[in-house]
Design a protein around this ligand. Structure first.
Ligand code: URP
Ligand code: ZN
Length: 451
């Protein structure tokens, strides 16, 4: 199948070029100032930006929690992603205690039904045993899993200690793999939560109060020490405070291999959301929590200055009913959706306002995730790369006025006014989204073996 995109403003890594782009067999076949071929479908993109489609490095579809499964499965989550211009997602495998990593992989793969995005997994390491380094090596060799997720929060379930983290980082360094880290001081947070509940301080605003900003940046400090010691490639997920990013920036100046991801919620909202009426505030219950306005601005500035390398979403919505069941703040299932809105939110805040360029948008939302997580032939507009492309449109619209594909009845971004959105989404050379909706039939995505 072929498709010719004419006259688009192609967003390449370092510059934008007005050119034609020919797609053949799902791949970018040719880029030239003028391509004339008859008898193939032609898409006139005159005046519009053509970007590499989004790659979301942080989503939780069908996440199993104490409060049930997260609301989007691979079908609805991938549809929401596609409708927002993201054609590749990276989700997680979370083994149970004692479970071999390869068995956990097989189990997780069996849960993937009707995923319309290409997908990969980060493997979570939730405990240490002697065989972990060999299991990690097998993940890389057998399943192309080159990144390992660790949690310093959630100490009672999947969280690990700094001692275990160091072991994981040494193993990963030996294997040339990436370690990704949820950076929160889990023990300290558990203590603050227990104290609050003991005092019957159970309202939702005790969620941010028991996860103060220093519980993130103290963990970042310790992580930087471990990066200095092990030289392991390290990626801190969903960074939410200005001080964490100051510390990461200093570490980057020392050429330590440490990178930061942030997410739209941390540059869009501040902690005032926890004072909304309960049913609204429930949607914002996530970890790390929304922070002060000073922190929100700090995240925005760090994105502008380049300290943040990637934009994920941490897409993990629940239904209002699931969240309402909680009897205190600590029981609310944590997480919110956002995979459909990531590109629009980034564009509106940074590109539309001229704080950043369209090339920066391509970098943070696609090229850098592809590079960090070694996604083959993705993340750039380049001959022989996958023809995963988006055609962008300046448009002022409220998020809730679009056709939304998440299965959750909560959308924390519903009232946000965006200034641009995808007009057309092309996945492996096929148009999957146009005229404000997904096509009726969609090709299935593929599991991505990373090298
Ligand atoms: O609140 C969040 N972030 N829920 C999803 C799981 C996680 O910690 O990333
Ligand atoms: Zn997450």
């Amino acid at each position: 199948m072929s498709l010719l995109i004419k006259n688009g403003k192609l967003v390449l890594p370092s510059h934008i070029v007005e050119a034609d782009l020919l797609i053949k067999n799902g791949k970018i076949n040719r880029i030239d100032s003028c391509i004339e071929i008859s008898n193939i479908p032609i898409l006139d993109a005159k005046g519009a930006y053509v970007l590499p489609a989004g790659i979301d490095p942080h989503v939780h579809l069908l996440l199993s929690t104490a409060n049930g499964l997260s609301a989007d499965d691979f079908e609805t989550g991938s549809k929401a992603a596609l409708a927002g211009g993201t054609t590749t997602i990276i989700d997680f495998i979370t083994p149970t205690k004692g479970q071999h990593l390869l068995e956990a992989y097989q189990q997780r793969l069996s849960e993937v039904k009707n995923c319309y995005c290409d997908f990969a997994f980060h493997m979570s390491i939730i405990e240490w045993r002697e065989s972990i380094p060999e299991e990690m090596e097998a993940c890389i060799k057998e399943f192309g899993i080159t990144s390992f997720k660790t949690y310093l929060a959630y100490q009672k379930t999947i969280g690990i200690s700094f001692v275990t983290l160091e072991k994981v980082m040494i193993a990963a360094k030996n294997l040339n793999a990436m370690v990704t880290i949820h950076s929160e001081m889990g023990d300290l947070i558990d203590k603050l939560r227990e104290e609050a509940i003991g005092l019957n301080q159970i309202d939702l605003n005790f969620h941010p109060k028991t996860r103060p900003d220093y519980t993130e940046y103290q963990a970042v400090d310790k992580i930087i020490e471990l990066v200095r010691k092990t030289n392991c490639k390290t990626y801190i997920v969903h960074v939410s405070t200005a001080e964490s990013l100051n510390k990461i920036k200093q570490a980057q100046k020392e050429y330590l291999p440490i990178f930061a991801e942030s997410c739209p919620q941390y540059f869009t909202f501040n902690e005032s959301v926890y004072t909304k009426i309960r049913n609204e505030a429930l949607g914002f219950m996530m970890s790390p929590p929304l922070r002060s306005e000073e922190n929100r601005k700090g995240i925005e500035n760090a994105i502008i200055q380049g300290t943040v390398s990637t934009l994920g979403t941490d897409h993990c919505p629940f239904t209002l009913n699931q969240k309402q069941k909680a009897k205190n703040f600590a029981e609310v299932p944590n997480g919110a959706g956002g995979v459909q809105h990531r590109l629009s939110l980034f564009y509106s805040r940074f590109v539309h306002t001229k704080k950043l360029l369209t090339t920066d948008m391509a970098k943070l939302t696609s090229s850098n995730p592809a590079q960090f997580f070694r996604l083959p032939q993705k993340g750039e507009i380049k001959v022989d790369y996958d023809a995963d492309l988006i055609i962008w449109k300046e448009q002022s619209i409220t998020i809730k006025d679009q056709l939304l594909y998440s299965q959750s009845d909560i959308d924390i971004y519903a009232n946000e006014q965006i200034k641009g959105k995808v007009d057309i989404v092309i996945k492996a050379g096929e148009i999957v989204y146009q005229n404000g909706k997904l096509e009726d039939t969609l090709p299935l995505g593929h599991y991505l073996y990373r090298k």
